[in-house]
Design a protein around this ligand. Structure first.
Ligand code: CP
Length: 304
């Protein structure tokens, strides 16, 4: 079986192919057309060991739109609470013969480990601080739709880079399509080695990074992944790394503002910007369904 475990290892043409199909799905949905039931008779299982609002519901909607049977496993009510491990849980579900297993887990490499044990397609819906490939794809599609291209754009991603699987996947996807990605975070939240993701720079000077940016993507502080690391107060964080109207004026006049969610208003982003006319945050969510339709179609619907 083919899997989608990360952006790493994909070819730019793979990404373009997925985005083109996703864009067809997005346009068809906007036009009120029903999708062909290419997943009719297929079973998709969502297995989420970490919380999710957007990813789990959009995989469920995408799979249903394509005619699949879907079950979403609420891990909080499952036997995981009785001590069943990731692998035992996955092997149990595997015995029920699903066609696709969509998995989110707190361990980096969790989805890959699972893909070696089961005999169906595995989609990584977020593994620890490692990757969240469908998020990288939906961010890239949203940018391509709004800017007409990805190549040559200056993209700034600011926030908790150290703990962000979104930063890792989105940076790689954008770099593969020729964008220049600049990462920005407090020094304690800026990991080394971001050049291996394809990042053009990594800095703690948000104002400098914003100069001439075409796209500004904000990330939240992932407090649940921080074990005692130094953290500034919320007010201090906002004063250096919060996106305000004044700061946004340093970027290009036509710059768009993005956020993968969940968003903490007033900590990383001013509420008026999140709801303003340069924000494409709800379009990201819309593209999330389209990208997941495309990925499910390609992995389980008989298109190569
Ligand atoms: N962007 C994202 O992964 O959101 P959820 O955690 O709500 O799925």
């Amino acid at each position: 079986h083919e899997h989608l475990l990360g952006i790493e290892g994909l070819h730019p043409l793979d990404i373009t192919h997925i985005l083109d199909l996703a864009n067809e799905y997005a346009e068809a949905t906007r036009a009120g057309q029903r999708a062909d039931p290419v997943l009719s008779g297929k079973t998709v299982v969502n297995l989420f060991f970490e919380n999710s609002t957007r990813t789990m519901s959009s995989f469920e909607i995408a799979a249903r739109r394509l005619g699949a049977d879907v079950i979403s496993m609420p891990v909080a009510q499952s036997s995981v609470k009785k001590g069943e491990t990731l692998i035992d849980t996955a092997m149990t579900l595997n015995a029920m013969k699903p066609d696709v297993l969509v998995v989110r887990h707190s361990a980096s490499g969790g989805a890959k480990l699972l893909s070696r044990k089961v005999d169906c397609a595995v989609i990584n819906a977020g593994d620890g601080t490692h990757e969240h490939p469908t998020q990288g794809l939906l961010d890239t599609l949203t940018i391509r739709r709004n800017k007409g291209r990805v190549e040559g754009l200056k993209v700034v991603i600011c926030g908790d880079i150290a703990h962000s699987r979104v930063a890792r996947s989105t940076t790689q996807a954008l770099h593969l399509l020729g964008a220049e990605v600049h990462l920005c975070a407090p020094r304690t939240l800026l990991p080394s080695g971001t050049e291996t993701w394809g990042a053009a720079s990594a800095t703690s000077d948000f104002d400098a990074a914003l100069q001439g940016a075409d796209v500004v993507m904000m990330l939240r502080l992932q407090l649940e992944r921080m074990d005692g690391a130094y953290l500034p107060s919320r007010r201090e964080y906002f004063s250096y790394f919060g996106l305000t109207q004044e700061r946004l004026s340093l970027a290009r006049k036509d710059a768009i503002v993005m956020h993968p969610g969940p968003m903490n208003r007033g900590i990383e982003i001013e509420s008026a910007i999140a709801d303003g006319d340069r924000s494409v945050i709800t379009e990201q969510v819309e593209m999330g369904v389209a990208v997941r339709e495309a990925v499910l179609h390609l992995l389980a619907g008989g298109r190569s």
